[in-house]
Structures are given as C-alpha cells and as structure tokens.
Design a protein around this ligand. Structure first.
Ligand SMILES: Cc1ncc(COP(=O)(O)O)c(C=O)c1O
Length: 451
C-alpha cells in the first residue's frame, strides 16, 4: 500500500472517473453486451476482462502513436499493446510489405528469401549465429527450453521471482510463502516439478540452486519488466549469472521480448551479455505474429540433421504449420529494415527521458516519496523511495487501487496507459506533444489526489 496517498480519495475519484468513462462509451458497452453472447467475458481472450475496468474497450483503428475506440475517442498510447506495437500503429513500410506478401501468397509452409534476411538481421543485432521462428515469444521460449533440455540432458528450468515469459506450463509457477505453486488454474498437478524460482539479484541463492547440476536452463529477462514493474539487475549480476551457469553446465536464455525496445540487439547488445539463447517476439514484426529464438552454433547442433529424414538423430519437438510464414517475415523485414532504425530508437529514448524528467518534476513538486525509473524509451514510478531490487519487493510496492484509478483517469483524458504498472513506453512514433499530453493528465491526477 501507498502511505503517501489517502485511499478514500483514490476510491472516491475512481467512482467518479469510472462513471464518466461508462457514460461516454455507449457503443463500446453495447458491443460488449453483444460479445458476451459469443465469448466468455465478452472478449477474445477471457483474461482481458481482468485487465480493463470498468468495461473492456473496443477499438476501431490506429495510426502512429494514437488509436481510436468505437465511440470515437482518440488516445495517445503509452502501453503500445504491451510493447508489441513499439513501431507505432500501421507503419507505412510494414503496411506495404504485408500487403504485397498477402497478394503474393501469405502461406506455403516453405522457406522464402525474406526468412534468410530476417535471420541474418537478428544475427547482426543479437550476435547469435542460428535462428528459428515461431508465432509468439511464448512459442520461442517453449522451443528454446526444449532445445536446452536436449542439449543438456536435464529437465528443470530456473526462473527469477517476478518473471513472465509467456503462457506455457513451466513458467506459470510462482512462490507463495516460499512454496512453489501453479500460478493459475488448468495446469497439471506436477507443473512445479520441473521449475525452480530464485530471487532476482541474489547471487548466492542462484549459485546454490545451480549447484546440483540439474538445471537445463536459466530463463530471464535482462531486467525484469513485467508483472512487477521494472527491476534492474545489480551491477555485476549478469557477470555472475553467466559464470555460474557456465560452471554448472546450465544454458542461459535471455528473453528480450520487451527489452528489445532499448535499441538494436536489446540489452544483450547494450550490456555485452553472452547468452546461449535470445528469445524475442512482439514488436519484432510490428505486431504481426512472429516469435524467434537465436542460439549458439554449439546449441544449434541438436537441431541439425544434414541428412534430413534419413538422419539417425532424434527430432527435437519444434515447429508449427504457420511458423515462419511469408507474412510474418515480410513484416519483420520491413519493421527491422525500415522502421526500427537507429534514429528511430534514439527518438523514442529522447521521449522516454522527457517522460522521466516530467515524473521527477511532478513527484518532487507533490512531495511524494516515490522513485522514478529510466529505461530508455520507457519510464515509470515505483511507490517506494528506492527502486525495488527483487520481484517480491516490487510486488509489495504495487498499489492496485491507485493503478486502477490512474488508468481510467488518463483514459478519460485521451491517454492510454493500459498496464499502468509497466510504466509508460514511448514508441518510435511518439511525439513531444504526446509526452506533454501524458504529463499534463498525470499532473492533473496528482493535484486531484491531494485536494
Ligand atoms: C518478457 C516476455 N516474454 C514473453 C512474453 C510472451 O509473449 P507472447 O504473449 O506474445 O507470447 C511476454 C509477454 O508479455 C514477455 O513480456
């Protein structure tokens, strides 16, 4: 909880703002009523209902940094579909490339030349020589783990507390009072038997957990960016992680699905990390479904079957009918080749810094004991005086009612910050005016909270 803010005031404002939101979204609400008759919770993925109070938003269209809902309200988007639209909406080069790909045949289940270009570009950006494709980051992590199991002959996977790597069984585990449990319903009873969770930034615990040499892979984001806001690694953490995994014969999977937004090659390139795998998805193809994983030559060896079907080697469980399809490849080529340029990353980082400066100024002026993080195109607040160093500390700092108020308050002022805890992220399409609009609405919220 957040002692600096009066919870009664938060609740009061929330009632007012949710009522205002509902009153001005009649078409969206009517669509939701209709949708409830054909989809659980009236949404294509039932969990979306939990994310968006008071009612789910139905979207019409978007361009650049903005989109419109079905009621005609325009929003400047600072969550950019949980980072998957870091390119901005409908970037011209991607629209053209994808249109051409549809006309030329969007699916053959055969390799094409664009897939070579995309693999070569990922090679150049992330420094790993061999790449494979899926349709999502979840798929990339799932397959990277299978390859790691084959390469090491081990089963278990280590994640850090506060992790999120997608919706696959092994990763959907969490610590509850120190006991590993399934995070959600529908998972097999023994789901916890193949996963281990270590506290982030705790090198002693990490080394201890790797010591019995039973862990096939450590899977981590270079900095935790998910359910817990942002947790940065301590200085030296990655060096220990790399040495300790090598010593234990454990492979290191760095998930750059979110952190790719910090520049070409993500944090792996920025921090000179040396993972055995990089996994990625989301904005890599401007939101057209594509996941990818890169790996060292040594690891890739388990997938190589020079004689094809005649090769005596066992098959690793990978692949899907639509993986690596020409549409995804065309989108990735246009996104990386023409939209996610060094200049575009720089612009997004300048805007991220402007946001962080604004937060620092506003929080300072309000005398709130909150800290501000700076993460290249992304910034945000932690309701604690120091930035958290572990997933557990970050989780404890979350103020759910304040987050909920913040989202609807900003939405009523044309600012979409869908996952408030994530911290606003600037896309490459964000403008100075967009940043000003965010900070203006946020300043208004702080003033009202203190009234
Ligand atoms: C770090 C990370 N990895 C993997 C995923 C899974 O991505 P997807 O849901 O697109 O498969 C996410 C999604 O939020 C993520 O943040």
């Amino acid at each position: 909880m957040n002692s600096a803010i009066d919870p009664t005031r938060v609740a009061e404002l929330n009632v007012r703002e949710e009522a205002a939101y509902m009153a001005t979204r009649p078409k969206g609400i009517a669509m939701w009523e209709r949708a409830k008759r054909s989809m659980p919770n009236g949404v294509p993925m039932s969990w979306l209902r939990n994310s968006y109070q008071p009612v789910p938003m139905f979207v019409a269209e978007g361009a650049g940094s903005r989109f419109r809902d079905v009621d005609g309200h325009e929003y400047v988007d600072f969550n950019i579909a949980d980072m998957s639209m870091f390119t901005g909406y409908a970037p011209k080069p991607v629209v053209l490339a994808v249109s051409r790909a549809v006309v030329a045949g969007s699916q053959f289940m055969l390799p094409n030349e664009d897939s070579i270009w995309v693999a070569e570009e990922l090679q150049r950006r992330y420094g790993l020589p061999k790449w494979q494709f899926t349709l999502s980051a979840t798929g990339a992590n799932t397959e990277a783990i299978r390859v790691a199991r084959t390469a090491t002959g081990r089963e278990r996977v280590l994640f850090f507390d506060g992790h999120y790597h997608g919706h696959f069984d092994e990763a959907l585990v969490t610590l509850s009072d120190g006991v590993l449990v399934a995070d959600e319903e529908g998972l097999p009873q023994d789901v916890t038997s193949r996963s281990v969770i270590a506290p982030f930034n705790d090198v002693e615990a990490l080394i201890r957990m790797l010591a019995d040499r039973s862990i096939a892979a450590v899977v981590t984001e270079p900095a935790l960016t998910n359910n817990v806001g942002l947790v940065m690694p301590d200085s030296g953490f990655h060096a220990v992680l790399r040495t300790a995994t090598r010593e234990a014969g454990t492979l290191l999977i760095i998930d750059e699905t979110h952190t790719q937004v910090v520049g070409p090659g993500g944090l792996s390139a920025r921090w000179g990390l040396e993972p055995d795998f990089v996994t990625i998805g989301k904005s890599i193809a401007a939101g057209i479904p594509l996941g990818a994983y890169g790996m060292t030559e040594q690891v890739a060896e388990v997938l190589e079957r020079p004689a094809g079907r005649d090769d005596p080697k066992a098959l690793v469980a990978t692949g899907g009918t639509l993986f690596g399809n020409p549409l995804s490849m065309a989108a990735a080529k246009a996104a990386m080749g023409e939209v996610l340029t060094p200049a575009a990353y720089k612009t997004s980082q300048d805007h991220g810094a402007q946001l962080a400066d604004g937060f620092t100024r506003l929080v300072g002026a309000a005398g709130l004991p909150w800290s501000v993080h700076r993460f290249w195109p992304r910034s945000g607040l932690s309701f604690t005086s120091e930035l958290p160093r572990s997933g557990a500390a970050a989780l404890a700092a979350i103020d759910v009612p304040l987050r909920r108020l913040s989202r609807v308050y900003l939405a009523n002022r044309g600012v979409w910050d869908a996952i408030v805890g994530a911290g606003p992220t600037c896309s490459v399409a964000t403008t100075d005016a967009d940043v000003d609009q965010y900070l203006g609405a946020f300043a208004e919220l702080l003033t009202e909270l203190h009234r």
